[in-house]
Ligand binder design. Structure first.
Ligand SMILES: [Mg+2]
Length: 235
């Protein structure tokens, strides 16, 4: 096998927000043409990590879930695209406070709203693949206490390979190497208080870029990022 040159435009590479993903893709491209990493003077070393994964807006489609019930009861035609801001649940409905909303959402067809939610495409499959690769999936959710039993049931029913499930607002208190969340009020704390971790913003209409957070647009991108972080070079 002859020598292979990998050309990288340094300014573009450094300036990209997704530079880790690019690095992973370059690494994979080198492998795909049959070059053993050891021939480049490095041996791969896999390092499993703890992945702190949010549920609503990341794994579970909470927005469409509550809208389906609300539309059925109130004759509205709300769709996922109507949700553009974190607090617009109150502006899109007749509820005046979140307390009123949660009281309603606690009793829907015999369960809380959380029991009924559908997973986003590719979310469950990606979590299974990451767990199969040896990573720990740590569920971090700020769902209210009334949703705990249904959350445990949901995680089990959808066969999500959760090593742990935590209910808490201050997610930074649970140590992980990678966090994936969509909550605009939680991401800055994760970046600030877990500066040794990779904090990922799952890009949704209701959040905005956060300094220090890595933007993730889909589960394939997240898996690429984890692969880039966890295959390190060692001699
Ligand atoms: Mg969320």
């Amino acid at each position: 096998m002859g020598a292979i040159d990998v050309l990288i435009d340094v300014p573009d590479f450094i300036s990209s927000r997704s530079w880790l993903i690019q690095l992973t893709r370059i690494f994979n491209r080198v492998e795909s043409v049959g070059v053993n990493r050891t021939s480049l003077g490095r041996a791969p070393r896999f390092e499993p990590v703890r992945l702190g994964i949010d549920l609503d807006g990341v794994v579970a489609n909470f927005t469409q879930g509550w809208m389906d019930f609300y539309n059925g009861q109130h004759g509205t035609a709300l769709t996922f695209a109507d949700s553009q801001n974190w607090q617009d649940l109150l502006t899109l409905t007749h509820f005046n406070t979140m307390t009123e909303f949660w009281r309603w959402a606690a009793r829907l067809a015999g369960h809380t709203v959380f029991w009924h939610l559908r997973p986003f495409p590719d979310a469950v499959e990606s979590l299974r693949a990451l767990a199969d690769e040896g990573h720990s999936v740590v569920i971090l959710t700020s769902r209210p206490a009334m949703g705990r039993d249904d959350t445990h049931d949901w995680v089990k029913r959808h066969r999500i390979p959760a090593a742990e499930v935590h209910f808490l607002e201050h997610k930074w208190m649970v140590p992980c190497q990678v966090y994936l969340d969509d909550a605009p009020h939680l991401l800055p704390d994760l970046v600030r208080l877990r500066d040794d971790a990779s904090v990922c913003r799952y890009v949704r209409p209701w959040n905005r870029p956060v300094d220090g957070a890595i933007d993730i647009h889909d589960w394939g991108e997240f898996r690429d990022l984890v692969a880039g972080l966890t295959v390190s070079a060692s001699r």
